[in-house]
Design a protein around this ligand. Structure first.
Ligand SMILES: *Cc1c(COP(=O)(O)O)cnc(C)c1O
Length: 364
């Protein structure tokens, strides 16, 4: 059997007529950027998250970058960030001229809250938390630390739409919750899209200006902004998917439950769930010491897998010039060598899930 890592067409098929109706509505409306669909989506997504404001932007990276910019974080400032994240989190810091300070992850792949305090200096301005793979970081402890040291919390929620910590949605713990709607994310658009959620009106207004050339009123440019606008087509399609997001997450959780109860192989370490959180399984990430061998075994069986992520940010080629590659983050480096994401997508068929389980269990 051939099983791709993700078959996006399956979730298009689920709600095809609704997507087509929404797309046609926009095409025929004659209005394509920042309009009624974007406004409606912003309202609906803010309500879903339980935030006062939502500002649509062009991507998850822009949501992160503009959030730090709106906080005035730049050259000379330090931002604490996990050592095992997707590079976008780190690029948002460096793009603003600030310096990332890496903190190792815990056993749930999120920043180790117990190691954050040691990383704080006089220059620290914010803690960026990444709810990696769809599970919340230890937000109780991180909130405490942020209050004690008066630091901003900026949450990278690109993988955690709908994930909670103690029944509170990720994205609502600090000044900014940054979301990506890249097509493969749990709430994915049909192109690039992102959003910032916040409860702070002044911050919301600042993001709103930054995303549109720094203006509130056309051609009145109050601050130096960029072009990072959400378009009407993506907003209309996201509104459709948002209506079904709870069901889509439920389906992922069901697939994960099956993997968790049926995969049994002492060579494979299954993902654990933190107390007080609901994992939304953006990725189902296992770990094994024989990762590359296991990956190619699955490949030979027709099962596609991927590594999230093979190179931790401090070792990325683009950062060689700043010399972070001379520092070691052993936990992040160990995860990079051992993690593997199994197929996990909406519309995955029972026989496909069973086949993945079977192949995992037969691995010797
Ligand atoms: C996808 C992702 C991003 C970036 O989102 P884009 O929309 O691709 O810019 C940032 N952080 C994490 C953790 C992600 O998974």
């Amino acid at each position: 059997m051939k099983i791709d890592l993700n078959i996006l067409g399956r979730q298009f098929d689920m709600y095809q007529s609704e997507y087509e109706e929404a797309a046609l509505r926009v095409l025929r409306s004659g209005w394509y950027i920042l309009g009624p669909e974007v406004e409606a989506f912003e309202k609906e997504y803010a309500a879903y998250i339980g935030s006062n404001f939502c500002i649509g932007v062009a991507s998850g990276l822009d949501a992160l970058t503009l959030s730090l910019r709106a906080l005035g974080i730049g050259a000379g400032d330090e931002v604490i960030v996990p050592s095992n994240t997707y590079i976008a989190t780190v690029l948002a810091i460096t793009e603003n001229g600030a310096t990332p300070v890496f903190v190792e992850p815990d056993e749930f792949y999120c920043i180790d809250a117990n190691k954050v305090e040691d990383a704080i200096t006089k220059r620290t301005k914010a803690i960026m938390v990444v709810h990696l793979y769809g599970q919340a970081a230890a937000m109780d402890r991180i909130k405490e630390i942020s209050l004690k040291y008066a630091l901003h919390i900026v949450e990278d929620c690109a993988q955690s739409h709908g994930a909670c910590f103690e029944n509170k949605m990720t994205g609502t713990f600090g000044i900014a919750g940054c979301f990506s709607f890249y097509p493969t994310k749990n709430l994915g658009a049909f192109g690039d899209a992102g959003a910032v959620v916040t409860n702070n009106e002044e911050f919301a207004n600042k993001i709103r200006m930054l995303r549109n050339y720094g203006s509130r009123v056309k051609y009145h440019n109050e601050i130096e902004g960029i072009n990072s606008r959400l378009d009407e087509l993506q907003a209309a399609l996201l509104r459709v998917k948002l209506r079904h997001l709870t069901d889509l997450i439920c389906e992922r959780v069901k697939i994960a439950k099956k993997y968790l109860t049926e995969i049994s192989n002492e060579k494979i370490k299954l993902p654990a769930t933190r107390m007080g959180t609901n994992h939304v399984y953006h990725q189902f990430v296992i770990r094994t010491k024989e990762r590359d061998k296991f990956k190619s075994y699955l490949h030979d069986k027709g099962i596609d897998t991927i590594i999230h992520y093979p190179i931790p940010p401090h070792l990325a080629d683009c950062f060689k010039k700043v010399g972070w590659n001379t520092t070691s983050f052993p936990t992040a480096e160990c995860y990079a060598n051992e993690v593997l994401s199994l197929p996990m997508f909406n519309g995955m068929k029972c026989k496909e899930i069973n086949y993945v389980v079977e192949c995992c269990n037969q691995y010797r």
